[in-house]
Every structure is written in structure tokens, then in C-alpha cells.
Design a protein around this ligand. Structure first.
Ligand SMILES: Nc1ncnc2c1ncn2[C@@H]1O[C@H](COP(=O)(O)OP(=O)(O)OP(=O)(O)O)[C@@H](O)[C@H]1O
Length: 735
């Protein structure tokens, strides 16, 4: 009924047609947007709309749901799980019942209730041990036992008290959520986003919320959680996508990524720019036909120091540099032309004449060139002398040097924070200048226009198809939907506008797998969070990348010393006790004092290890491990990814190798540790653990990550000796 009412409201607004004043139109559009969004939410949350009931000592029961609903007389039917009155549903315990006598979890399928689970919070009827019990234990365990679908689900019905504290923590300041594998960091971070958007809608809807994840597969894994909570306006991004207009497609070697990620690259980029503002050793002669103008070192020095003192970014400081040089040249020209003292307006005319003189223009372009961030970095990494000037050692130059390929440069994820750094120092180029200086501007423009036309046609066709499919063609016309899709300014949501703006300041930023980010990536993120309202979730023990974090203090003190707080999650909801015992042994290799989280479930199935004569035997073994209706991952050393991927895909129909689209839906997928980070599977096979250990300085962390991806079964396959840390695995004799 509510859905019908919303749809009715939307119809009404759209029926007002396209006429009216501009303001009328934009009001109508924003109402239409609001109702369409509400409709989308109601659809998204249909499944399990109501999942809980609180019986209270003082008043009638409350029903808890994914969003709040009232009837036509504004009586509350359902309480949004994020509302303050819903909090006892997650926090009440027998020791502190918060006015609740009974908490009931409803399990629903579609619109039917298929199960109930009660917690009695009446003290007298519970034993001491039960008082410390989990929140809704039966409901929780039922949720944890379900087969994995390849997409993360929301957990609104079974959020635990320690998680609830994180979710509802204050918006302001930097909150670090440290927790071992499977403690719910990711899922809690997503629920926190939904909670914050609900509680601080005004502020966050305007500035938007950014969620940063480690890779695209991971973002696909989590992307459905927020819409299922009723939130659609959040930007999910990797670090590699955060620079508008650049798609980081190339892979970087680990040593190169480590150098590019290190904090001293900020100084390297700054020096690389100073290199481009260098005064030439010899005077520059500018032939003007009848006479020659000369730019000596003193003039260049003076112009440069004025430009630098202006404290403007490079491209904007160019105006200061140019003005001084043109003044000097104009005076020289006046002298050469036999004119004496010039009035200020005559001097100005002469300056303008010189400005458009090709020889002068080209001299100025050499002395203080307009630069894009891309040009600065391509110029740097393509030249050893420039790298040396910028402060990179010979060995570093060997690792970073790259020739500029003809087809253009492919950027890597580690380049993106450097481009961002460069953009900060360079500032924007006047778009007019940009157009004028672009090489083959005409041709490029024409090609771009053709591409745009083609794009627009295909968007329109797509929009028509969508409208036909969803039966909404009577409500929104295809042109408008396509315009929205294409990113026309007038139709953009906050998240869409933010994505296109490098200097956007977000209302809140959530970083997942935060231990992997390099110091340069942190600099970039901090620029997008001037108010330092952030949630940072991760596990220092799982750090795999060479430029990643060794402690949260090291990451955050430079930006928020004394202003960040840490919460710890301690219970593992993913990995059963039997697997976690093995993982805990490996964790001692990462650090002798580290403690693995406690698991809530037992399966009775111990992890096993099996020695193989040849690695290829993995294929048929994987075929035998497939989980009916569930998913299996084969985690392999990075250096063997291609070979073992082939071994598995050729032996198992439907198996997929690598983080390709569709990897999450496949019954069997072969992944490296880096690509499996943050994901989970029903069963996991680890191939060649000794090589995973030896492959990088963070080998033990990598093996720990691999061991903690499974929700029920784990097998280890090895051709060499089994690493001693895995000796708890049950040995299966070779076939
Ligand atoms: N309160 C809960 N109720 C039901 N399921 C939960 C709960 N908390 C966590 N889970 C489940 O536990 C699993 C692990 O959660 P999640 O992936 O968020 O952990 P993580 O801490 O991010 O792990 P990692 O560090 O390994 O990436 C998920 O399947 C999640 O849905």
C-alpha cells in the first residue's frame, strides 16, 4: 500500500509536465527524484522488511524494521533500526535490559514469517552464564550457517552489541575499527554508513559519503548491502578510481608500488615541478625580425621569484612570471624601436603585442610551461636526469623508469595519489588556454564529439530498454533518464557530482582494508576529508602491501594526532574454531604477541593437508571440493596464478581464474591472496602455502589472510614440505 501511495505521488509530480518556470521545473525534478528514490528503497527492502519485536516493561511492543513506516494517521507501524528507540534491540542484555522484557527475532521469507527466536531478558529466569550470552544467539547462528552467495548480505537483524557501539559511534573525528578476520569490520562499516546517513541526513546528503575499498571485486561484493538497507547515495571507489578522468588499469611491480607509495614522494613530486621552473644557464635570445630580444638570467630569476612568492599553484603563478618577463621585453623592444620612456598604457599595448608573438610564446613555454599532472609524471618517470634531480636514487630510477609508449600511458593504482599530489601543486589550467595549446586540438575535438554522439545514442537505447523493462516509461522519459546516466550536471546525485570533482570534500569517508593504503594514498584521502570525519577499518596483522601500515598511530598521527579513537572487534563470525586454530599458529609468525579473534562456531570438520606429486593435480581435487549451491576459492601464490588458474579451469567446468567480472558468481574461482582479501567463501583450497610464505616480506600475513577466508571447509595442497605452522592440519594420504 505504501508503495502504491509513493508511486501515486511520483505520478502526480511527473504529470505536471515539462512546462513552467525554471524554478518550477527544478522543484518538480527534485520531488520526482525524492519519490523515485523512496520507491526504490521500498522495493529494495521488501525482503525482511520487519525483523524484530521488542516487548517493553512500560509500554506496548515495538516492531523493528529496515526503515520506519507510519500509517495514514501517522501512527508508528515500524521503527527504523537506526532510530535511537531501536537501540535496545542490539544492546539490551539480561544484566542491563534497558526496559526490555523480551527480544524477538523474526525470520521472514518474502512476506511470510518462517521462524522465531526469543531472548528473555528477565533476570530471574536466566543462569549466570546465560546472562553474558550473545544477542539473539539462535538467530545469529542460523544466519552464519547459510551458504554464501558471492555477495555480502546485511546483518540488521543480528548486529551484536560490540558492533552496535561502532555503528552508532559519533560522526565527528576519526574512528579506527581494528579487528581480526571475520569480525564483521566490513559489514559494520557499511551499517555505520547507513546509520550516519539516517542520523545526519542534512549534512551528509549535501557532502556525500565515500567508501573506499581495496579492489573492484571487493566493491562488487559489498555493493548490494547499502541499497538493501535503504541507502543509495554513497560513492564506492577504489584509490585507483579517485582521480577523475583516470582509470588505473596497469599493474605495478611490488618494489615500484612501495617507492611510489612512500611519504617522501610528496617531496619528489615537488622537486620534479621545481625542475620545470629552472632558470636556463645561458641567456635566451628571441629573434624578432629587425632586432633580437634577450632574456638574461637575472630577469628570469626575478620573474621566477615573484611567481614563487605569489604562493599560487604553478599554472596560476605563470601569469605572474609572464607579466614580469613581458615588462622587461617590452622595455627592450621600445629601446630597439628607438622609443624613449613609455607611458603605462603604451607599455601595456606593447606587452600584449609581444604576448602573441610566436617566438616569445615559445620562449615562455620553455621557461614556465603550462603542465598537467599527467605531463609532469610522464616527464619525470621517462627521464633519469629528472628523476635524479627530484631525489630518486640510481636503484630507484632503475625500478621506476618507463619509456612513454606511443599509445599513451597506462596508469597504475600507485600513480593515482601522485597525480593528485601533482594536481595540488599545479592548479588548474585556464580551459581556454588548455584548448588552444592542445595538440591537434581540432582533430581531437572532432573525434571526441563523434564519440560523445555515439555514447549518447547508446545511452538513449539503454534508457529505453530500462524503462520498458521496469514499466516506468510513463513516469520518466528516456531522454531524462539517459541524461542522468550520462552525468548532466542538472541531474546528478551528490555521489555522482563528487565522483567527478577532484577537490570534493566529503561529509564522511569510510576506508575498508585500510591497512593496505600507502602514505601517499592517505595524503590524497585526507585532502578529501578536511573535517576529518572518518571511519577507518582494518587489521594491521593482515597488511600485505609493501607500502601498507605497520600501526594505526603511524598512519593517523600526522593528520589527527590526539584526535583519533580506536574500537576493537574481538569475535570472528566467519571462520569456525577448527580453522581459526591453524590460522592462530600462523599469526604467531606475523607477530608473537598478536591474538586471533575468538570464533563463535564449530563445524567438527578439521582442516586437512595433502601432498601432491605435481601441482596440476589441484584441478581434479578442486572439482571434488565443490560445494553444492555454495562457493569454493582456490588461493594461489601470485607467481603461479596463471599456471594454477589454467589447471583448475581446464578441470572444472564453470571455474573462473582471476578477479574478472563474474568471479563472484562462479562456483569455483582461483585467486591470489591480494585479490581474495576481504572476501569469503564456503570452502577454500590453499595451493603451495610455502610459496605464499616466501613470496613477499609480508608472507605470513598473506597466509593468515588466505586461511581465514572460509566459512566452513579448508584444505591445503602442497608439492614441497608442509610449513611447520600448518602442522595442525589433518594429513590426508596422497592418492
Ligand atoms: N552480527 C552479525 N550477524 C550475522 N553475520 C555477521 C555478523 N557480523 C559479521 N557477520 C558475518 O561475518 C562475516 C565476516 O564479516 P566481514 O567480512 O565484515 O568481516 P571483516 O572483519 O571485514 O573480515 P576481514 O578482515 O577478513 O575482511 C560476514 O559474512 C558477515 O556477514
Amino acid at each position: 500500500m505504501l508503495r502504491e501511495r509513493t508511486r501515486g505521488q511520483l505520478d502526480e509530480v511527473l504529470a505536471q509536465g515539462g512546462g513552467g518556470t525554471h524554478q518550477n521545473r527544478s522543484e518538480r525534478d527534485s520531488f520526482a527524484g525524492m519519490y523515485a528514490e523512496r520507491l526504490a528503497r521500498l522495493w529494495a527492502v521488501e525482503n525482511g522488511l520487519c525483523f524484530g519485536r521488542l516487548d517493553l516493561a512500560q509500554e506496548g511492543p515495538l516492531y523493528i524494521g529496515r526503515l520506519g513506516l507510519s500509517d495514514d494517521d501517522q501512527a508508528r507501524l515500524l521503527i527504523d533500526w537506526r532510530a535511537p528507540v531501536a537501540q535496545p534491540f542490539y544492546r539490551a542484555t539480561p544484566a542491563a535490559p534497558m526496559g526490555v522484557t523480551r527480544r524477538r527475532h523474526l525470520q521472514t521469507k518474502g512476506r511470510r514469517v518462517i521462524g522465531l527466536d526469543d531472548d528473555l531478558l528477565d533476570l530471574d529466569r536466566l543462569s549466570e552464564a546465560d546472562r553474558a550470552t550473545l544477542n539473539g544467539e539462535a538467530a545469529l547462528l542460523a544466519a552464519l550457517d547459510e551458504k554464501r552467495t558471492g555477495r555480502m548480505r546485511d546483518i540488521v537483524a543480528t548486529i551484536q552489541a560490540e558492533q552496535d557501539r561502532v555503528i552508532r559511534s559519533d560522526l565527528n573525528g576519526v574512528l579506527v575499527v581494528q579487528g581480526g578476520p571475520g569480525t564483521g569490520k566490513t559489514v559494520v562499516a557499511l551499517h555505520r554508513a547507513a546509520y550516519l546517513l539516517y542520523t545526519h541526513r542534512e549534512r551528509l546528503a549535501r557532502r556525500g559519503v565515500l567508501i573506499v575499498g581495496p579492489n573492484l571485486t571487493f566493491l562488487r561484493y559489498i555493493e548490494q548491502v547499502l541499497p538493501s538497507l535503504g541507502e543509495t547515495d554513497v560513492l564506492l571507489s577504489t584509490v585507483g578510481e579517485l582521480y577523475p578522468g583516470i582509470t588505473a588499469t596497469a599493474r605495478e611491480s611490488a618494489p615500484a608500488a612501495a617507492i611510489k607509495g612512500s611519504a617522501r614522494m610528496a617531496e619528489v613530486v615537488a622537486r620534479a615541478l621545481r625542475d620545470r621552473q629552472r632558470v636556463p644557464r645561458e641567456p635566451v635570445d628571441i629573434p624578432m625580425g629587425n632586432f633580437t630580444l634577450r632574456l638574461d638570467q637575472r630577469t628570469c630569476e626575478a620573474a621566477k621569484s615573484r611567481a614563487v612568492r605569489s604562493r599560487r599553484p604553478h599554472n596560476q603563478a605563470r601569469a605572474v612570471f609572464v607579466r614580469h618577463v613581458l615588462n622587461v621585453l617590452a622595455k627592450q623592444a621600445a629601446k630597439a624601436l628607438g622609443r624613449g620612456m613609455l607611458e603605462e598604457d603604451e607599455l601595456a599595448d606593447l606587452r600584449e603585442d609581444l604576448r602573441t608573438e610566436p617566438a616569445v610564446k615559445s620562449a615562455l613555454n620553455r621557461l614556465w610551461p603550462y603542465l598537467t599532472p599527467q605531463q609532469l609524471l610522464i616527464g619525470l618517470f621517462g627521464s633519469r636526469p629528472r628523476m635524479a634531480y627530484a631525489g630518486l636514487s640510481d636503484a630507484e630510477q632503475d625500478i621506476l623508469f618507463r619509456e612513454t609508449p606511443r599509445g599513451g600511458v597506462s596508469w597504475t593504482e600507485a600513480d593515482v595519489p601522485l597525480l593528485d599530489e601533482a594536481a595540488e601543486l599545479l592548479g588548474d589550467i585556464d580551459p581556454q588556454v588548455l584548448r588552444a595549446t592542445a595538440m591537434q586540438a581540432e582533430e581531437e575535438l572532432a573525434a571526441a564529439r563523434r564519440a560523445e554522439e555515439a555514447e549518447r545514442d547508446s545511452e538513449l537505447t539503454y534508457a529505453r530498454e530500462v524503462l520498458e523493462l521496469t514499466g516506468m516509461s510513463d513516469m520518466i522519459d528516456a531522454e531524462r533518464l539517459a541524461a542522468r546516466h550520462r552525468g548532466d550536471e542538472n541531474y546528478l546525485t551528490t555521489a555522482e557530482r563528487a565522483a567527478g570533482d577532484r577537490t570534493w570534500a566529503y561529509g564522511h569517508i569510510i576506508v575498508d582494508e585500510a591497512q593496505e593504503l600507502s602514505p601517499m594514498a592517505w595524503r590524497m584521502l585526507m585532502r578529501r576529508s578536511p573535517n576529518r570525519s572518518m571511519t577507518i577499518v582494518g587489521d594491521i596483522a593482515q597488511t600485505g602491501s609493501a607500502a601498507g601500515a605497520a600501526s594505526w598511530g603511524q598512519v593517523l598521527d600526522p593528520y589527527a594526532r590526539g584526535r583519533w579513537r580506536e574500537e576493537t572487534l574481538t569475535v570472528n563470525y566467519r571462520t569456525p574454531v577448527e580453522l581459526m586454530a591453524v590460522a592462530a599458529d600462523v599469526l604467531t609468525l606475523v607477530g608473537p604477541d598478536l591474538k586471533a579473534p575468538d570464533s563463535v562456531r564449530e563445524t567438527g570438520v578439521p582442516p586437512w593437508a595433502r601432498k601432491l606429486a605435481a601441482a596440476r593435480e589441484i584441478g581434479p581435487i578442486a572439482a571434488g571440493e565443490i560445494v553444492e549451491g555454495g562457493r569454493l576459492a582456490v588461493i594461489v601464490p601470485a607467481s603461479r596464478a596463471a599456471e594454477l588458474g589454467e589447471a583448475v579451469t581446464s578441470a572444472v567446468p564453470g571455474a573462473v581464474a582471476g578477479p574478472v567480472p563474474g568471479a563472484l558468481e562462479a562456483p569455483v574461482v582461483v585467486l591470489t591472496v591480494a585479490d581474495a582479501k576481504g572476501l569469503e567463501f564456503d570452502a577454500v583450497l590453499i595451493a603451495e602455502p610455502a610459496e605464499i610464505l616466501a613470496e613477499s616480506p609480508r608472507g605470513p600475513s598473506d597466509l593468515y589472510v588466505a586461511l581465514t577466508r572460509a566459512t566452513s571447509r579448508l584444505g591445503v595442497l602442497h608439492t614441497g614440505d608442509l610449513p611447520p605452522a600448518l602442522s595442525r592440519c589433518e594429513r590426508i594420504p596422497s592418492p
